[in-house]
Design a protein around this ligand. Structure first.
Ligand SMILES: C[S@@+](CC[C@H](N)C(=O)[O-])C[C@H]1O[C@@H](n2cnc3c(N)ncnc32)[C@H](O)[C@@H]1O
Length: 252
């Protein structure tokens, strides 16, 4: 099944790739002030190795729940919890499409770069909206659809046919040739710093499920569900076509 392939992919990719704490913290602070986090219940859905959960917990959230389908990522997340000696964070294996939480369980729902890797992103957003309480905030970072999306998809579909064993080496080769181009656009860097190009390439082109959306599509969907957009960032990275757009929306 495709979902299991995504989990297995992140068992390998994301566990080698723990985003930097300070860069991730700076990113989180664009969307949530410390006062908004203190004593709040947070769901980090598709938490990966859990860096955002750790930051929410360190900033005084009352309870942080990090969920993911990748067991490898969750193991790394649990070791981070130990390293930071935090009691207010828990990591559980759960599918965003079917969360075992009651309606209105969380004050903040954070889903960074994850709903677009599920088999049904709109169902995933529905689930995230369900478990968020009224007045709470949902943050979504979603791959942006652009004129170049078709090209990225052709590359991804071709590369997915290559043997798995060669994927790390192939992303290093791609990174070598793309590095000068990327450097030329250094000034446009907006994303979490500390991400290596070869890791980004592995994540862009070798993941089994990847959906792309126009921001308006997601915004309309959220508004129809009674959300109000609080903040919008059009692109997280140097290039729109490989970026997430980010929406923070309040459930009215
Ligand atoms: C690009 S990583 C982002 C990880 C984390 N949010 C971060 O920014 O550090 C995407 C994550 O979504 C998870 N994921 C994909 N489909 C999922 C699903 N149906 N339920 C829960 N997690 C899922 C993957 O296992 C992976 O850890």
């Amino acid at each position: 099944m495709k979902k299991e392939r995504v989990g297995k992919f992140y068992d390998v990719v994301w566990t080698k790739y723990i985003p930097e704490y300070s860069a991730s913290e700076q990113h989180l602070e664009i969307f949530f002030a410390d006062e908004e986090i203190r004593n709040k219940r947070v769901l980090d859905a598709g938490c990966g190795t859990g860096i955002f959960s750790i930051i929410f917990a360190s900033k005084g959230a009352s309870q942080v729940m990090g969920t993911d389908i990748s067991q490898g990522s969750l193991e790394t997340a649990r070791s981070l919890k130990q390293k930071f000696n935090l009691q207010n964070v828990e990591f559980r294996e759960e599918d965003t499409l079917q969360l075992p939480f009651e309606d209105d369980s969380f004050d903040i729902v954070w889903a960074w770069g994850t709903v677009h890797h599920t088999t049904n992103p709109f169902k995933a957003i529905d689930e995230l909206a369900r478990v968020l309480r009224r007045g709470g905030s949902l943050l979504l970072a979603v791959y942006r659809r652009t004129k170049l999306t078709f090209l990225h998809e052709i590359i991804r579909k071709i590369l997915l046919q290559t043997p798995k064993k060669s994927w790390t080496a192939l992303s290093k080769v791609f990174a070598f040739f793309l590095a000068p181009v990327v450097l030329m656009f250094k000034k446009r860097e907006k994303s979490r710093k500390g991400e290596k190009l070869e890791e980004l390439i592995l994540d862009w082109y070798f993941v089994p499920i990847r959906h792309y959306y126009y921001p308006e599509e997601i915004q309309k969907f959220l508004e129809a569900k009674g959300f109000e957009v609080e903040k919008f960032l059009p692109a997280s990275g140097r290039f729109d076509s490989t970026s997430n757009f980010i929406l923070k929306a309040r459930k009215k």
